[in-house]
Ligand binder design. Structure first.
Ligand code: SF4
Length: 509
């Protein structure tokens, strides 16, 4: 009885305390980041805005997705570092302490917070945890490699990894053994120049197994250049453990209706990185984007849109979702509403004007935001679909042509379609098959893009007109078109600008 009374009163108190806590000034503070690298053992505690929460996570996600793409393409560590440099500088810069940058703390804070936000987003399933841990470890390794030696050493010492530094005297005592284990006199000329440390041999089984270390009294003597593998292994081990713990705490987050949708969106994005569409970013000034030119332009369309175009030409019809996916794409490449209506009207050649006006005209106008309300709130209609949307929403049923062929076609049908659009190289087709089996659909699409524009990409890379930012992984059909169009019209653009220059000179004369 007493217990009951007590618990009733306590419940009220709890409620009051909760409200009090909610409106109290948080006892949180920003951390001081002494080193550039971070093992992310301390969770962030300072306040950030919801916008920062989302934007920082999106920026990190971009970096991780590109890193993963590098590994899928079997890039060497050097190629990966060169490819990632401009992307890291843009989305997740992290200057060394010796740089004297005034943004050190800001950059480190973003790095710290974005890691923890993504940890929350990717802790939910085993697959996501595994992928996240893998790419985070890759990122850590990349940064570790480019850290200056002094800073790197300082960081490692601060980790308390229970390594004993081998002193000069001990090095000399075992110099022969150390030299032999480290690869002989040709590889290691001077034992003294190398920094060595001792660990319990069980912690480096692969080094012991490969006879790459000298073992004595249960301790393995590890040369400094093997340090990176050990530090990264430790990073991965701790991260895996932390992700497990985060996954157990996740259900408690369900109650937070501000964060849950953001986190869900982020983890979806990791399946296929999302891209928002911006008409200015995809516009092509001077290009002939008109109804009568769509057949020509279609050679620059990604496979999803080529498939829709081919089905439309074959059947003089497309079902609802196919029309919507294609209309929005055409709008995205810069086809205006009038031209789009002309395009659909002529394409649907087997129906009367009356039927077209009654059944189809409204939907096209609606997609452009010319009519309709609610979902058209912004007044300019729907945005063209990103790969993520096409890959994950509304899979096509029988008789429908929308979706992404890399995902929704059988491998035989996909191969036949690729061959029909000119992709006949066996290596490329084999790569596409592997990508599809691993469910890396947009990687298959990028593979085909690279194959179809091999010469042009080589040229822009060689003459330095396109950098890594222009050649980022494609995650939006409209970006595919824009990039393909620009690459295929490189010469024409130059010729056009030369013409313009000549005209300018004439006028000046
Ligand atoms: Fe289209 Fe994207 Fe699929 Fe490529 S990956 S075919 S652009 S949906």
């Amino acid at each position: 009885m007493i217990r009951q009374d007590f618990s009733r009163i306590d419940a009220k108190r709890k409620h009051a305390d909760h409200r009090k806590k909610q409106f109290a000034t948080p006892q949180y503070a920003a951390l001081q980041y002494d080193t550039r690298l971070n093992f992310y053992t301390i969770p962030p505690t300072a306040d950030i805005t919801l916008e920062q929460f989302e934007q920082w996570a999106i920026d990190r996600l971009r970096v991780l997705a590109e890193l993963e793409a590098c590994s899928f393409r079997n890039k060497t560590p050097q190629e990966t570092a060169a490819y990632m440099k401009p992307l890291l500088d843009k989305y997740l810069p992290l200057s060394g302490t010796s740089s004297g940058s005034s943004k050190l703390q800001e950059e480190r804070m973003k790095d710290h917070y974005s890691h923890f936000i993504l940890r929350l987003a990717f802790a939910s399933t085993e697959d996501l945890r595994r992928r996240f841990s893998r790419v985070e470890s890759m990122l850590f390794r990349l940064r570790f490699m480019e850290n200056d030696i002094k800073e790197r050493q300082l960081f490692v010492e601060g980790l308390n990894l229970e390594w004993d530094i081998v002193g000069k005297e001990e090095k000399m005592r075992w110099s022969e053994e150390l030299r032999a284990a480290a690869g002989g006199p040709l590889v290691l000329r001077n034992v003294e120049d190398e920094s060595w440390f001792k660990v319990d041999w069980e912690r480096v089984p692969e080094l012991v197994e490969g006879r790459r270390v000298f073992v004595r009294g249960g301790k393995a003597y590890v040369p400094g250049r093997e340090q990176i593998s050990m530090v990264v292994a430790e990073f991965t081990k701790r991260l895996d453990k932390a992700l497990e713990m985060t996954s157990r705490a996740l259900p408690r987050l369900d109650e937070d209706d501000r964060l849950t949708p953001i986190l869900a969106h982020l983890s979806n994005n990791f399946t296929t990185p999302d891209a928002s569409y911006s008409s200015s970013a995809t516009s092509l000034p001077g290009a002939d984007i008109s109804a009568r030119n769509i057949d020509n332009l279609s050679s620059s369309f990604p496979l999803c849109m080529q498939n829709l175009h081919r089905s439309l030409r074959r059947d003089a019809h497309l079902k609802h979702y196919g029309r919507l996916q294609y209309t929005l794409f055409l709008k995205g490449i810069g086809l205006n509403l009038e031209e789009c209506l002309v395009f659909w009207r002529t394409a649907f050649s087997k129906i009367t004007d009356d039927t077209f006006n009654k059944e189809y005209r409204y939907n096209v106008r609606h997609a452009y935001g010319d009519v309709g309300g609610d979902s058209n709130r912004r007044g300019n209609g729907y945005s063209p679909f990103s790969c993520q949307k096409i890959l994950t929403e509304h899979p096509p049923g029988p008789g429908e042509s929308h979706g992404c062929p890399y995902r929704h076609f059988s491998i035989d049908n996909l191969t036949a379609l690729l061959q029909a659009v000119g992709v006949k190289d066996h290596e490329v087709l084999r790569g596409v098959k592997e990508d599809k089996e691993k469910m890396k659909f947009h990687m298959a699409c990028n593979r085909v893009f690279e194959y179809a524009h091999k010469q042009e990409i080589k040229k822009v890379k060689e003459d330095g007109t396109w950098g890594a930012a222009e050649l980022e992984t494609i995650v939006h059909p409209n970006e595919y078109f824009k990039r393909s169009y620009l690459l295929k019209n490189l010469g024409k653009k130059e010729a056009a600008s030369e013409d313009e220059e000549r005209a300018d000179v004439k006028m000046e004369d």
